[in-house]
Ligand binder design. Structure first.
Ligand SMILES: O=C(O)CCC(=O)C(=O)O
Ligand SMILES: [Fe+2]
Length: 270
């Protein structure tokens, strides 16, 4: 292979397996390591620091300002997860944001990023890259697994405090948290002396699936389909659990190429 080719060829996406896909559907998130050297991540932090000192938050321009970030989104573990969940023709959304949380920054309320029109299917992912080790003192992002199909009014969420099953993303440098766009999440209070950076990027599905885009094992995923009936999330009441099972199975079949009749949740399921 010529130098030019070897420099530009992208490694193949490392696709997810059936169990990882099912877990993503149920839990609403998947954590992966971008597998870049630690000096890459510290260099990204240094670039962000000098960028913020020079001109403040670059908003959507962060990718132009720090082109190295492309390497994170092209990492085989990351392209593998995005391809598996959104299909091979997924696209990067033009909106992106570097969330810099300086020392003393107060936490946020629980929220869902999108407007209150939510899908039973998975059309958009929120991907968060952490270029530093994030400790509890640095105010990690928190998520509540399994909340992505709830259509919760933001005003109601404002009253929610700590939730038993919340997960703090205290992660090593280089981690990419890939979540369903509608998962409940929030930044927490930064009690440390360090600024915590999180790079938020969005990815979209371009077309409905006509076959599994992941490393699907069993012929039609029938056994896995049945396994949804045995899952009961700790945050769910009995009726919530029933609603979830219908949604999960519907999406699972849709991911295999079946037409889906339930494209959007219109009722409240807080
Ligand atoms: O900084 C974080 O950890 C989360 C930020 C966030 O969710 C937001 O601003 O929408
Ligand atoms: Fe958010």
């Amino acid at each position: 292979m010529s130098d030019v080719l070897s420099a530009t060829a992208q490694p193949s996406p490392r696709l997810l397996g059936d169990i990882q896909m099912r877990d993503f559907l149920v839990q609403g998130y998947h954590l992966t390591d971008s597998e870049l050297p630690s000096r890459f991540h510290s260099d990204v932090c240094a670039q962000l620091e000098s960028l913020f000192q020079r001109g403040g938050n670059p908003g959507n321009e962060v990718l132009e300002e720090v082109p190295d970030l492309e390497r994170v989104w092209n990492a085989p573990t990351v392209t593998g997860a995005l391809t598996s969940i959104l299909g091979p023709d997924y696209t990067m959304h033009p909106h992106r944001h570097c969330h810099a949380s300086p020392p003393g920054m107060r936490g946020q309320q629980w929220h869902q990023d999108d407007v209150n029109k939510r899908h039973h299917q998975v059309w958009r992912l929120l991907a968060m890259y952490y270029p530093q080790d994030v400790t509890l003192e640095m105010g990690p992002t928190q998520i509540v697994p399994g909340t992505q199909f709830r259509n919760t009014p933001t005003s109601r969420m404002a009253a929610y405090g700590s939730i038993k099953t919340q997960v703090s993303l205290t992660v090593p440098a280089g981690t990419v948290a890939i979540t369903h766009y509608d998962i409940w999440h929030r930044a927490t209070h930064n009690r440390s002396e360090k600024t915590r950076y999180m790079l938020k990027f969005l990815f979209d599905r371009s077309s409905p699936p006509d076959r599994p885009a992941w490393n699907a094992g069993s012929a039609t995923g029938e056994e896995l389909l049945d396994s949804f009936n045995r899952i009961w999330l700790p945050i769910d009441s009995q009726t919530d659990a029933y609603k979830h099972r219908v949604i999960w199975m519907n999406c699972w079949k849709w991911w295999h190429g079946a037409p889906s009749h339930e494209s959007c949740i219109v009722d409240h399921f807080p």
